[in-house]
Design a protein around this ligand. Structure first.
Ligand SMILES: [Zn+2]
Length: 278
């Protein structure tokens, strides 16, 4: 019998949720990583307080047992308190990420601070926390505390103290969610999720260390657009005078992975599409 009408009948599935969001299901445990569906427009982001789109979130993410947060920028954490309101999920992340959840009304006993080196059992998965790294964003440099204590929040209330990568594993599979601009220190894994903007040099180091069977680029889409519109690549700095920005080029990323690690398969899922790994 199916585990739930919403989910395909398979012991392990994942779904990409747009941006850095991923849902993993192994047996009866559902783990979300950085779920972010609301995607305010750029205008609303700058001028308005941020409110999660409750209907959209509940429709696409009916269940959650555990929620992992890589870092506390709004596009990784702003929807998490809403998911925790209608589920019994527990959240894991840095001290500031857990402060931000509690500021939004989540009970402290449902917020577990984790640090690089931690290893713990979460449902049917083993979780290992690794340190991560983040690109420089003006006005969003490293902060230890957040200035604001009550919602509604503005985009600049979502500062970060640190950034984590995560290893999720169960007996047949090791999944690496790599949130780092460097490939050094990455452990071996079967399934690798990564931000596609890593340099080719670091991508080669990463793929040689991880030796993945499958690679899934994430956080490449324009998250100012709602998820019911066709997904568009986001703009990235070129580090040149002209053009200063260009759209993410997934074809170049796929080509680079194919050249460096010909045995690895690149998966480009559509948002919410169930991917079954046997
Ligand atoms: Zn970020």
């Amino acid at each position: 019998m199916a585990f739930d009408a919403h989910y395909p009948e398979s012991s392990f599935t994942f779904r990409w949720l747009g941006t850095g969001g991923i849902e993993f299901r192994y047996q009866e445990t559902i783990v979300l990583v950085d779920p972010f569906l609301t995607r305010p427009t750029l205008f609303n982001l700058i001028w308005r307080p941020l409110h999660p789109n409750s209907e959209l979130i509940k429709r696409h993410l009916p269940r959650a047992d555990q929620i992992l947060i890589t870092h506390s920028h709004y596009d990784h954490i702003m929807d998490v308190p809403e998911i925790m309101r209608y589920t019994a999920a527990k959240a894991y992340g840095s001290p500031l990420a857990m402060q931000i959840l509690q500021r939004s009304g989540v009970a402290p006993q449902r917020c577990q601070v984790v640090q690089p080196g931690c290893e713990l059992q979460i449902g049917h998965f083993t979780l290992r926390v690794l340190s991560g790294g983040h690109i420089f964003i003006p006005f969003f440099t490293i902060k230890e505390t957040s200035p604001k204590h009550t919602p509604p929040s503005r985009v600049w209330d979502y500062q970060m103290d640190s950034c984590y990568s995560y290893v999720l594993s169960f007996p047949e599979h090791i999944i690496l969610i790599w949130h780092n601009l460097h490939g050094t220190d990455a452990p071996p894994a079967h399934l690798l999720f990564l931000n596609h903007e890593i340099s080719r040099h670091e991508l080669a180091i990463l793929l040689n260390r991880v030796q993945p069977a499958q690679v899934v680029p994430i956080h490449w889409d324009n998250f100012f657009q709602p998820l019911d519109k066709p997904i568009q690549p986001f703009f990235y700095p070129t580090h040149k005078l002209f053009p200063p920005l260009q759209r993410a080029n997934l074809q170049d990323f796929v080509k680079a992975v194919n050249e460096i690690a010909p045995a690895a398969q690149v998966i480009l899922p559509k948002p919410f599409e169930f991917i079954t790994i046997s």
